[in-house]
Design a protein around this ligand. Structure first.
Ligand SMILES: Cc1cc2nc3c(=O)[nH]c(=O)nc-3n(C[C@H](O)[C@H](O)[C@H](O)COP(=O)(O)OP(=O)(O)OC[C@H]3O[C@@H](n4cnc5c(N)ncnc54)[C@H](O)[C@@H]3O)c2cc1C
Ligand code: HEM
Length: 414
């Protein structure tokens, strides 16, 4: 609970803080990296360059302030769990919160200048530390659940197989070098992989495990990201495409806040994916094909440009058939037994009382979500994964993507 005096100050100053939050993060990150250059190896530098991580951090703090003030209808447990899982995937430690807190408070002071009286600074410091304590305790629980610490999170894994997955993606099979078992995980969870890009520069990225739990190895399927209009090619996907069988990589224990695929869920599950967003669905279908999804009814609807851009097409067709799942494909360009055009949620024959899980670009998911809401689906039954910082806070977005946006986004991702 925010102290009553501080709550009044936060309410009164939320406006200027929100208006300037992007500017605040622009001062905060360079300051923090200059003082702690090792953090350049921890933060995704592409997200810094395109500004997505600063926006995600800023919007989460503003959302948390509203949550504390009791004037928000965002499901904050979901937001907290998503951030905590991401932090654990990156081996964030409680002590790191002091570094972030100090630099963030200094940045707020610098940007807002005289408006930041000692009282105002204290009020926002309290917001920061309440958020930090919620995150630290959620993260401590997660480290305990996966039986790792920040120092033992990563283990060297050997790439034992590299296969073409179609759609400009490759599937990498990874096995712990120390011969230990792969920890149990929920289908759809992800790992962090670390790429040593230069002698003194490494970068982590997250990849969803695209195979079922219970195997001696895990598999990830990575799409090669190509630059467009002068932007660089993807650093880590490019690095992974240059690896050979036998190479070794640090890989984290599996994490991720996917609830819908936990084994106590028995309602029908309807999955919608686009492009490389198929990877969590591939893991769920693989588990189903091995009889490990409670016999629940499964429907998978996938969208792509055409068969050539469709990753894991053969694996998913096989596991969906073995699992008795209904698989529906939409290709914008049609062909290969697919329906032609964009996913038309209103024309689908979907099971009653289902849960829904979405993974793909934000415009794709907005399009599907609003189609589901139009069909009368309860928003609480729709969850999603985003392959980048979540700028769609708590699933509260309701705007509908235009068909033009969808086509542009799918072509960008293909
Ligand atoms: C939970 C989660 C699960 C994921 N699962 C998968 C998965 O199963 N499979 C998969 O393939 N991916 C997955 N991803 C995405 C993955 O983590 C990476 O983001 C993706 O591989 C791109 O990383 P990269 O290093 O290759 O590209 P980056 O180097 O990170 O580049 C990303 C984009 O930023 C642009 N960019 C980089 N630097 C600049 C700059 N200076 N100026 C302008 N633009 C710039 C690049 O052109 C590119 O378009 C997942 C992500 C998350 C968060
Ligand atoms: C109260 C304090 C903090 C808040 C509110 C916060 C918030 C966030 C949010 C919203 C995200 C994006 C999650 C997503 O959608 O994927 C994120 C990711 C991340 N956070 Fe934090 N964070 C905090 C503290 C820290 C600390 C102490 C560190 C470590 C120095 C840290 C490092 C990271 C990293 C490395 C990522 C991944 C982002 C990327 O690589 O682009 N965070 N955090």
């Amino acid at each position: 609970m925010l102290h009553a005096d501080n709550a009044e100050i936060v309410k009164a100053t939320a406006g200027p803080v929100i208006e300037n939050i992007t500017q605040i993060t622009k001062v905060f990150y360079p300051k923090m990296f200059e003082r702690n250059p090792d953090l350049l190896n921890v933060f995704n530098q592409a997200n810094q360059a395109i500004g997505e991580q600063p926006i995600a951090l800023a919007s989460s703090i503003v959302a948390y302030a509203h949550h504390l003030l009791g004037d928000s209808d965002i499901d904050f447990d979901h937001v907290l769990s998503r951030i905590a899982n991401k932090h654990v995937a990156l081996a964030i430690k409680p002590g790191d919160y002091t570094i972030v807190g100090r630099n963030l408070m200094e940045a707020i002071g610098e940007v807002l200048g005289d408006a930041v009286t000692p009282e105002v600074a204290r009020a926002w410091e309290e917001v920061y530390w309440l958020f930090a304590m919620d995150l630290v305790s959620a993260e401590a629980k997660l480290y305990q659940q996966i039986d790792r610490t920040p120092d033992s999170l990563m283990k060297d894994h050997r790439i034992t197989r590299i296969e073409d997955a179609g759609g400009n993606a490759r599937t990498f099979t990874l096995e712990p070098v120390d011969g230990s078992a792969i920890p149990d995980y929920v289908p759809g969870q992800y790992v962090s992989v670390i790429a040593q890009l230069e002698d003194d520069y490494r970068q982590p990225r997250q990849y969803t495990i695209s195979s079922a739990p219970g195997d001696a190895a895990l598999q990830i399927t990575v799409k090669k990201v190509l630059g467009a209009n002068g932007t660089p090619d993807g650093a880590v996907s490019g690095y992974l495409f240059e690896r050979s069988e036998g190479d070794v990589l640090p890989v984290s224990a599996p994490v991720g806040d996917i609830e819908v695929a936990k084994d106590d869920h028995t309602r029908p599950l309807v999955m919608f994916s686009a492009g490389i967003g198929i990877t969590p669905m591939a893991s769920i279908l693989d588990a189903a094909a091995q009889g490990r999804t409670n016999g629940r009814e499964l429907v998978v609807v996938h969208a792509d440009i055409d068969a050539d851009t469709h990753p894991l097409r053969e694996q998913v067709a096989r596991t969906a058939a073995d699992a008795g799942a209904t698989a529906i494909t939409y290709y914008e360009k049609g062909g290969d037994d697919a329906r032609e055009g964009l996913v038309a949620v209103d024309e689908l024959d979907l099971p009653d009382n289902a849960e829904y899980y979405l993974c793909g670009s934000v415009p794709f998911m907005q399009h599907v979500r609003s189609g589901l809401l139009d069909r009368g689906v309860d928003a609480a039954d729709i969850s999603y994964e985003i392959f980048g910082p979540d700028l769609w806070l708590g699933g509260s977005a309701s705007s509908q993507a235009s068909p033009e946006e969808l086509v542009a986004e799918e072509q960008r991702l293909a």
